[in-house]
Design a protein around this ligand. Structure first.
Ligand code: ATP
Ligand code: MG
Length: 428
């Protein structure tokens, strides 16, 4: 038995991965290193814990230094990026220096590269020749989607897997030529994760409800993560594949039960798709009246393909005159209660439903800030209303915290959550 595979406590002899993302663009504010996120998930699936991650610029010295550092943390180093033809792509040279091996031009590969360009009617630029410079002694990993191949090479008890930076190329090489071989030597302990997604509830409210379940499953790590309008519970079980799968499913059940209908989706599922499915399955159509969300709910709903089957449209009634003219909100309501009020939300929902002739309509009106708050209606106050044919209008008030963007996003997700609960028949 090769022992536990949980991160830094891994025993000697067991594979522990370090990931290095190479590319100066990721040191700046504009580009995120998404490769290593994806790589960690794949490595975990085959039971290889990731113990170190880093980002370095396209700099020969920096890369070589980082290889030294990473090799003290893990015994499998995976790098991505810097295999391109341009002068700033120096990964191969850096690895060669660190390994103390030569780089040699592979004439056969060069000829194949040239032929590939010519087949498409181009002459290969001389800069590309660099991509035929192979690390001596390395196993070459074919790149079916691009020019630069990857490499797999060993120095003492450290292995290096060198992959291109283009995400689609990196993924294909890993799945085709790297993962199958890593799987064979894996300890058999894998990580299975599940994300439970909850809207319309704060982090501490979620925490309170699930506290007893936490206790029951305390040997497996559970993390609560909050973002505007959504709370996520991340469950993780490390065990043999079938036991991990079964355990995470039992945990999921317990947590979902404790949250009584408030989990709107798991893993990558989103609220817009869930609402869409419920509308489609029940054959109902929807219209919206959006004020402070400015069309964001419509945008989220139409992220889901096929939404035209149930979503008719929206009035973005930002100005009061539009609330009056397009949605039939009465002047009296505006004068007596204001545009951010239960009465206004109700009339907006009814107006949208009539205007678009739908089964259902939702309305949102609130104060996103930073200005416009009053003591009775502080920034973050939002009224919601749902109108359904032959039913009482339902209205809810919520106070969201955060800046304008956070309030708008939280309000949009809350509107979708109200729709979801209404469609599932669980909205009081
Ligand atoms: P190629 O051989 O195809 O030229 P490369 O290995 O030289 O690829 P880069 O030039 O470093 O790769 O990057 C190519 C593209 O991939 C760029 O758009 C870059 O932003 C993106 N990329 C590189 N590394 C990552 C990363 N870690 N996460 C996400 N995107 C990345
Ligand atoms: Mg690069």
């Amino acid at each position: 038995v090769s022992g536990r595979a949980d991160g830094e406590t891994g025993e000697r002899g067991e594979t522990r991965a370090a990931i290095i993302a190479i590319g100066s663009e990721m040191l700046g504010p504009l580009r995120l290193d998404t490769n290593s996120q994806w790589l960690s998930a794949r490595l975990e699936e085959v039971g290889i814990p990731v113990v170190h991650k880093s980002i370095v610029g396209d700099d020969l010295e920096a890369i070589a230094e980082e290889l030294s550092h990473a090799s003290r943390r893990g015994n499998l180093i995976v790098t991505t990026g810097g295999l391109g033809p341009t002068a700033d792509d120096v990964t191969v040279a850096a690895v060669a220096r660190w390994l103390g091996v030569e780089v040699m031009r592979n004439e056969e590969f060069l000829a194949r590269m040239r032929a590939r360009f010519e087949r498409r009617g181009f002459r290969m630029p001389t800069t590309n020749e660099k991509q035929a410079d192979f690390l001596v002694g390395a196993h070459v990993l074919e790149n079916p989607r691009g020019t630069a191949p990857g490499f797999w090479v060993r120095r003492d008890d450290v292995e290096l897997v060198i992959l291109p930076g283009v995400p689609s190329e990196m993924r294909e090489i890993l799945e085709l030529s790297v993962l199958p071989r890593l799987k064979e030597r894996s300890s058999g302990i894998v990580a299975r994760r599940r994300v439970l997604r909850i809207a319309g509830m704060g982090e501490s409210a979620v925490e309170e409800r699930v506290a007893p379940v936490y206790e029951k499953w305390k040997e497996h790590p559970v993390t609560i993560l909050a973002s505007p309008g959504e709370v996520q519970l991340h469950l993780c079980v490390r065990a043999e594949p079938s036991r991990a799968e079964e355990t995470v499913a039992r945990m999921e059940q317990d947590f979902a039960q404790a949250l009584a209908g408030r989990v709107f989706g798991r893993d990558g599922e989103d609220l817009s798709a869930t609402v869409g499915r419920l509308l489609r399955d029940s054959g109902r159509t929807l219209a919206l009246a959006e004020s402070c969300t400015g069309g964001m709910i419509s945008s989220l709903l139409t992220d889901t393909p096929g939404s035209s089957a149930y979503f008719r449209g929206a009035v973005v009634s930002y100005a009061n005159s539009v609330k009056e003219e397009m949605l039939g909100l009465s002047r009296r309501t505006l004068e007596e209660h204001g545009a951010v009020s239960q009465e206004a939300a109700r009339q907006m929902a009814e107006g949208a439903r009539a205007r678009f002739d739908t089964d259902l309509a939702a309305a949102v009106t609130g104060i996103a800030g930073p200005d416009g708050g009053t003591p009775e209606k502080p920034v973050g106050t939002v009224w919601f209303a749902l109108s359904e044919r032959d039913r009482e209008v339902v209205a809810k008030r919520r106070s969201f915290i955060g800046d304008r963007g956070m309030v708008r996003r939280a309000a949009s997700l809350y509107a979708l959550e109200l729709l979801r609960r209404h469609l599932e028949g669980s909205l009081a």
